[in-house]
Design a protein around this ligand. Sequence first.
Ligand code: GLY
Length: 363
Amino acid sequence: MEIARVALGTRSYDITILVGGLVNIKDWLQKIPVKTGALVVADTNSANFFGSVLLESMNAVGFSATMTVVPAGEASKSLAMADCLYEAAIRAGLDRSGTIVALGGGVVGDLAGFVASTYLRGVSFLQIPTTLLSQVDSSVGGKVAVNHTLGKNLIGSFYQPQAVLIDPQTLATLPDREFASGMAEVLKYGLIADANFFRELTADAQDIGRREPQRLARMIAHCCRLKAEFVERDEQDTGERMLLNFGHTVGHAIEKAGDFERFTHGEGVALGMLAATRLSELHYNLPEKTTASVKAAIKAYRLPTQATGLDSETLLQFMGTDKKRVRGSLRWILLRAIGQAESVCDISINSVTEALQGILAVE
Ligand code: GLY
């Protein structure tokens, strides 16, 4: 078992990473102090795989738990769906000592966390993330939100969970493309904060690709610890935490340009990291061979290195830049070296356009 602690004073919590943790979840639940009403929020996939074991175990240790299942997919991250969950919580008689439990990926975690942060001005919140992306990123650090028709994550808050349980065995059934998508965020931690970790990930790509649960547990725990350090230093995301957005400026534009269908979040981030590394070459004279090693790592995890079918004009537009402006006001996270990221605003559109060519040009 690995424990990653998020130290935030009275809002501190442990992330338990335990192979087989879900099958034996009673042991973990027994350590949670408050045991009254609980509402489990799951998506169709997580409910099928893990819903009954969680409900039975919760009821066995004294929680009086019910479950609400939301459709899998980003469309569930809405105020309308939050309203359905408020209704389920009220009908289940959840009072202020109640608990909301997220069982699933990032959509379920963000949605259930948002409901937990607002229902009766805030009730206890437990996270049981079941995808790689949610295990290494969204379940850590307390960002909870729903989408608005005018943009993603526009309505939300910082609301830390009481505890997080990660069982790497849940990844055995994850589709390959989703596993690869999570690996983009894993690579990101190495690139922005830990060069040794990046080297290890590059060397162990085949091994990690086999998804041996103990190997994944070590990797996930390391990511959670690295993220916890960022969150502890900058919980409200006004400074250092923004370095976690490495690759996301271009990544989000790629996701949008592909109508959130052609590219997964991780694929967008992988391409965005490659563009940001090339931009670091132009801005910081980062050696060309660094970009080559980033590209090789991305390829090793079966993530794309070419944004096929997109063009720089469209990407610049989705990034909110104006081609006619010589200097964009966008914030860029760039690399001084592998493991050392910095936030920069003063980047010319010409440099951005040149960096984008590296992921747009056909090889
Ligand atoms: N996903 C980036 C963060 O939590 O700040």
